[in-house]
Design a protein around this ligand. Structure first.
Ligand SMILES: Cc1cc2nc3c(=O)[nH]c(=O)nc-3n(C[C@H](O)[C@H](O)[C@H](O)COP(=O)(O)O)c2cc1C
Length: 183
């Protein structure tokens, strides 16, 4: 049975990317891969001091970074939705990523992944999504597919927790369908 680790790369309690991940996991479980075991991480459970070489030299890599790395290692595939802060990763995710990279540069441990992004504006957090896709091979991830969701307030129905835009809804199913075709 395929194990998928999912998370929003955001630490906001109101995260729209977390809402998108929740919806995507519902679609995975109900339509795409009914047998899949999906775990959703909350980045707040992996909050660590801001990475610094001095901190690492003084105290090593925090246990939470080991735990994050172990979660990735235990998964067959990853599903991540990126929040965009000033064109790139949220500081919350970048910090976890930096600590985890000190354990193993290939942070994504060779896992295939589907990457999403969402923003309230027209850009759909496309900058961070492009950066994540472009750098994925360097960090040991194979990107199966990607989808950017712009204008989240218009395209996502909060009441039902689903994408209301038919094209984006179809795009999500096409993106997640790549998990079903993994060998
Ligand atoms: C510090 C900061 C920087 C931001 N920079 C961008 C940006 O560069 N591009 C963008 O589309 N949205 C930007 N936004 C708006 C975010 O897309 C918006 O807050 C979104 O809800 C973040 O995703 P989340 O809700 O999953 O955390 C920024 C928000 C903050 C707080």
């Amino acid at each position: 049975m395929i194990k998928i680790l999912a998370f929003a790369a955001s630490n906001s309690s109101q995260s729209i990317n977390r809402k998108l991940i929740g919806h995507a996991v519902d679609v995975l479980r109900s339509e795409v891969l009914p047998g899949a075991v999906c775990e959703i991480l909350d980045l707040n459970d992996f909050e660590m001091p801001i990475y610094s070489l001095d901190r690492e030299n003084a105290g090593g890599v925090p246990d939470l970074a080991h735990q994050f790395r172990a979660k990735i290692a235990a998964a067959d595939a990853l599903l991540i939705s990126f929040a965009e802060h000033n064109g790139h990763y949220s500081a919350a995710y970048k910090n976890i990523f930096d600590w985890a990279s000190r354990l193993e540069g290939k942070v994504y441990a060779g896992k295939p992944k589907v990457v999403l992004s969402a923003s309230p504006g027209k850009g759909g957090a496309g900058n961070v999504l492009r950066a994540a896709v472009a750098s994925a091979p360097h960090f040991g991830a194979e990107v199966l597919s990607s989808l950017s969701v712009p204008l989240f307030g218009d395209n996502f129905d909060e009441a039902s927790g689903t994408l209301s835009n038919p094209e984006l809804a179809a795009g999500l199913r096409a993106a997640l369908g790549r998990f079903a075709r993994m060998n």
